[in-house]
Design a protein around this ligand. Sequence first.
Ligand code: CO
Length: 208
Amino acid sequence: MKSITDLLENNRIWAERISAEDPEFFSRLSHQQTPKYLWIGCADSRVPANEIVGLEPGELFVHRNVANLVIHTDMNCLSVLEYAVDVLHVEHIIVCGHYGCGGIAATLKQQSYGLVDNWLRHVGDIVNKYTRELSAMTSEKERSDFLCEMNVIEQVINVCNTTIVRDTWLRGQDVSVHGMIYAVEDGLLRDMHVHAASDADLQMLLRR
Ligand code: CO
């Protein structure tokens, strides 16, 4: 198992390697960040945002929490979203779920882990919405995969419904919201073809 000193050593080697490849890299980054993307993903250690989309420091603004939820009263997520859109002018917001999400599994199995149960209650609401579909499925994996996907769609809708994104569209600023899902098994990110770049797109999503 790695110790904290290993991490510091890893960091030193990493910084040296980057500087060797591009001596101006860190001094350039220290002056500004101009990411074009906001990533809203799960806190799961197997889904490291920058790495799986091949982006360098400075290219991806990131918010992660358990089960990649966008809750309308979560000031943490909303603050990230507002800063990303209003100050950094990101052009794309990616909500990324992943198959095998522990938060989704815990909700389906009604397992209790403490405080997080309250957070995951929001996933429980999605379970209630799709009770009919879920009860028709024969395996736990099928239910879990389905719920992981539906959760992404619900969170894309939640992003679009924030005052932040709605005001952005009203101003005519270009921001697109995308739903994606990652598979830990093969390392591949799948576009769920759930996109919204306007209120009209959002209305289409709500009618699907
Ligand atoms: Co997860």
